[in-house]
Structure formats: C-alpha cells, structure tokens
Ligand binder design. Structure first.
Ligand SMILES: *Cc1c(COP(=O)(O)O)cnc(C)c1O
Length: 374
C-alpha cells in the first residue's frame, strides 16, 4: 500500500517508469518540437512540443503523486507557473490577496501587470492572511506562501482553507520552501499548489522549473489550455534533470532539514546573532502552527546579524557558504536579502543549508561569525 511508504520510498516510486521489459528504467528526455502525424486526427498522440511532451508527463505524474494531487503541470520556471495561475484565476473586478512578506517578484507581477487590468491587489503578511481572507468574497483569490521566503513566518493553512471555503474564494499555496515532503497544502484544503522546482526539488542550482498541482479537473484543464496558448513551457532536458533529482529528494531534504535545525540552534545562542527564525525551533513564534501542518521544517534559516558588513564578513570567513540568491541546493548558501529590496533589515541573511556534514557546517559557520558582531 503506497500510503504507508516513507517519503524517500515515495520519491523513488514516483520516478521509476512502468515495468515494460526492454524499456529503460529511467527513460531519456524526449526533445521533440514536432511529431509524425497520423492521417486522421487523433488527440491521444503527441503532435507539437508546446502542447505535450512525454518527459513532462513523467515529471507531472511524479509531482502529482508527491503533492497528493490528481494532476500537475510543469512550467519553465516557478514564476511561469505562478503567473499562469494568476492570469487564469484572477478575473478583472476581483480581488487577489498576495503575500506582503513572501517572494517579492510575485507581488511585483500582481501590482505591475494584474492591477492595471482591473484586479484589486491586496498585500497581507503571513500573520494577517487569515483576517485578509475573511474579507475576501466569492471568486477572489488568496495566494499564501508558507513558510514565507525569506522571513520564514507560517500561515495556518487549515484555518485559511476553512475561511476561503466559507467565503467561496480560491486558495493557492506556494509550496516552494516546504516542498511536498515538508507539507501537502492540498490535503489541508488548498485548491491549487504552485511552486518553484528550481529550489530544493531540483536541488542542484543548475535548472529552472516550476509546477502547478491540483485536483479540480476544470481548473487544471483551463491551466493546461493557458499554458498551451501563452507558451511558458519547460524544456524536455530540464524536465528530465528535475525528474532525475526527484529520486534523491528524500535523502537530500532530510539532510538539509537536519542541518538547518542544527545551525538554527547554534545561531540562537551565538553572540553575533540578533535574531533567528526557523519554524523547527521549539521557541519560534511559528512553531506551534508549523508542527500541526508540516512533516519537516525545511532547509532554510533566517538570521539577522548586526549589519550589511557582518553578512559579508560571514561569507568571507566561511569555507562552506557560497553567496547565491537561490536556496535548496546541495551546497550551503547565503543571501543578504536587503540587496534585492525585500523589506528586511540590512543585516538579514537567508541561509540555505545543503547536504554537507552537519558538524562541518556547524563549526564553519560558528567560526565565521564574528563574536563581536562585526
Ligand atoms: C524562487 C521562488 C519563486 C520563483 O521561482 P523561479 O523558479 O525562480 O521562477 C516563487 N516563489 C518562491 C517562494 C520562491 O522561493
């Protein structure tokens, strides 16, 4: 019974192909723009690369299994997936609530491209999401991101889903930070999951990809139609890279979560650290809600140091942290978010823990932080 398998087993089961003797266990990517056509129309066959691709189908089936969804659709990036959903579900005249403390380019898109087309854009922080959703009406859209990137605050998804259901609004959850091994928003009542597979899912800092997962057939069909007509598709080689990575997701994510928990605990009592957020820390303000809805707390830790220079000094003195503006990769990385315009202090850094040995990371980061806070 697949329901009783652990997450590593589920990740592997999701990517193994059907057992057809003589066929590869891991099928190669199919880079096809056009296919041979039959004389008579036949919608069941692949015909053109923007409408369907065998490698997408394999990845989409794996992602749907991991998210607990009836279907998934892949896109060329997380933003392609998210904006395709927003264009499809946020009708002119409706309100869309977007995270004020989440991924900044999502609210930039909503404000710059949806608001001028008659969609009312409301920004709400994680802590305000449920109240904001209580004021939303039928067919309005609520986009929640939990844990939020970069602040790692958490939204109570069960409560938010109950509110959205009562109001008749559509709940979309960005599951990038948690990954489906950290939480399954659809099982908590979300209508759609959107995510960047660029981060922990693909996990090697070498490919951009995104996806949407959901179980309403009409919504998923409309999204598929939107993807066909607007064309933000994933290349087959990229789909194959993500598929290849998914098999080791359980192993990688487990180590990343373990490293993040250990580093967060160390940072909590380090004299150079002003504050730490990690939903897995027992005294984190989000811990109680996170424990109810998350199976793992993720590989990202938010830390505030004295100032901008303190973050640069940390990177300079560390032998293991690379400065990079992504997260979820096998290499540990650090990003000073104020440089991108996130509403965070100058000394705020998002640490992404990779799959290095925990003790090595602990001693490297501990010595790289200046105890005097400089
Ligand atoms: C990175 C990220 C995105 C955008 O994904 P891309 O693959 O870079 O387009 C969206 N949401 C969150 C939470 C992210 O971290």
């Amino acid at each position: 019974m697949s329901g009783t398998y652990g997450d590593s087993t589920r990740s592997i089961k999701a990517v193994v192909s059907e057992a057809i003797p003589g066929q590869p266990i891991a099928p190669p990517p199919v880079p096809a723009a056009a296919y041979h056509l039959p004389a008579d129309e036949d919608d069941s066959l692949d015909s053109y690369g923007r409408s369907s691709n065998p490698t997408w189908r394999q990845l989409e089936s794996a992602l749907a299994q991991l998210e607990g969804a009836a279907a998934a659709l892949t896109f060329g990036s997380g933003m392609a997936a998210i904006t395709s959903v927003l264009r499809t579900v946020a009708e002119p005249g409706r309100t869309i609530i977007v995270p004020a403390d989440g991924y900044y380019q999502v609210r930039a898109y909503a404000n710059e491209f949806l608001a001028p087309r008659g969609v009312t854009v409301v920004e709400a922080r994680c802590s305000e999401m449920c109240d904001a959703a209580a004021a939303a009406g039928r067919d309005d859209v609520v986009l929640a991101e939990t844990p939020s990137n970069p602040g790692l605050d958490v939204v109570d998804l069960h409560r938010l889903a109950m509110t959205c259901r009562a109001r008749g609004s559509i709940l979309v959850v960005d599951n990038t930070t948690a990954t489906p091994l950290g939480q399954q928003p659809l099982s908590l009542g979300a209508d759609l999951v959107v995510a960047s597979a660029t981060k922990a899912l693909a996990g090697h800092h070498d490919v951009l990809a995104g996806y949407v997962a959901g179980s309403h057939p009409e919504v998923m069909e409309r999204l598929q139609r939107e993807r066909l007509l607007s064309g933000p598709v994933l290349g087959s080689f990229e789909a194959w890279l993500v598929l290849r990575s998914l098999g080791s997701l359980g192993l990688r994510f487990e180590r990343q979560c373990q490293n993040a928990a250990a580093v967060a605990l160390m940072l909590r009592s380090h004299p150079a650290v002003k504050s730490v957020r990690y939903p897995g820390l027992p005294d984190d303000p989000a811990h109680a809600v996170a424990t109810m809805q998350m199976r793992r707390f993720g590989g990202v830790v938010a830390v505030e140091l004295a100032d901008r220079d303190a973050v640069h000094a940390l990177v300079g003195r560390s032998a293991l942290l690379v400065a990079a503006t992504s997260f979820g990769g096998i290499h540990s990385s650090v990003d000073r978010r104020a440089r991108w315009g996130d509403p965070v202090p100058e000394g705020f850094a998002r640490l992404s823990l990779g799959i290095e040995d925990t003790d090595d990371l602990l001693s490297d980061i501990e010595q790289a932080l200046d105890p005097a806070g400089r």
